[in-house]
Design a binder for this molecule. Structure first.
Ligand code: ADP
Ligand code: MG
Length: 238
């Protein structure tokens, strides 16, 4: 699904250069559930933006579904993104004055009206929010807004979902409901990459990648024992 090799992303800040990504290689198979964690500023969002075709690396190769994306133009990248990738953000990024069902239909701009409505309703139903279809975001709770955002992310049936701190603005219990939705999407074959700085969220994935200073420092599969160890590590540190 994802083959990223030796990715660098450099930003010039005045006289100095920030290495937001400093030689990151990450391969992810179809159907995996991977969390990416690390301190603020470690490069997680930069990596997600590149994996999601929202940004390009300064250097390095990125293949998605076997296709090399490095030299694609903006419109080609946008088309790959629309076909294959769903995004979920910390701040939901919904259109405030627009009904939930129409927010969900946003990625379906080229579809016929009746079809897009039906697809949007089906996606809302998958996240348990069909009954809120005619509500606007400001009439919904934080958890419900994030579920609308997830419905929007899955309305195209993408093979890959990228979520950047999706539980960051939610209380623990609501965050748990969001994680449950990701688990069920993963169980039906969707590849999920989830960025979070919260270890108790990160360990719910089957594989955890830890970043520091633009580099991947650990990349491991989790079993129950390792999960427990990582959790107690953060408790004792934090
Ligand atoms: P994280 O998501 O892990 O908090 P980011 O990927 O957002 O980290 O940022 C990694 C590093 O790159 C940080 O030092 C950040 O300040 C820097 N950075 C990110 N985006 C930009 C930008 N557009 N211009 C300059 N520096 C940036
Ligand atoms: Mg970030």
């Amino acid at each position: 699904m994802i083959e990223a090799d030796e990715l660098f992303k450099l930003y010039r800040m005045g006289d100095s250069i920030v290495r937001a990504l400093d030689g990151v290689s990450l391969h992810v198979q179809a159907g995996e559930f991977v969390s990416i964690t690390g301190a603020s500023g470690s490069g997680k969002s930069t990596l997600m933006h590149i994996l999601g075709c929202l940004d390009r690396p300064t250097r390095g190769a990125y293949r998605l579904r076997g296709q090399l994306l490095n030299n694609m133009g903006d419109s080609q990248l946008a088309s790959v993104r629309n076909k294959h990738i769903g995004f979920v953000f910390q701040t939901f990024n919904l259109i405030q004055r627009t009904l939930a069902v129409d927010n969900v239909a946003v990625p379906l701009v080229y579809g016929r009206m009746s079809e897009t409505r039906r697809a949007a309703m089906a996606a809302l139903d998958k996240v348990g929010l069909a009954h809120r279809a005619k509500h606007r975001p400001n009439e919904l709770s934080g958890g419900e807004r994030q579920r609308v955002a997830i419905a929007r992310a899955i309305v195209n049936n993408p093979s890959l979902i990228l979520a950047d701190e999706p539980t960051g603005n939610l209380d623990t219990r609501t965050g748990e409901q969001i994680m449950e939705i990701f688990r069920s999407l993963n169980a039906t074959g969707t590849t999920i990459i989830l960025v979070t700085h919260e270890m108790d969220v990160a360990v719910q994935a089957r594989r955890i990648v830890r970043m520091r200073d633009g580099k991947i420092v650990t990349d491991e599969m989790l079993d129950e024992a390792r999960r427990a160890a990582l959790l107690s590590e953060t408790v004792s540190v934090g």
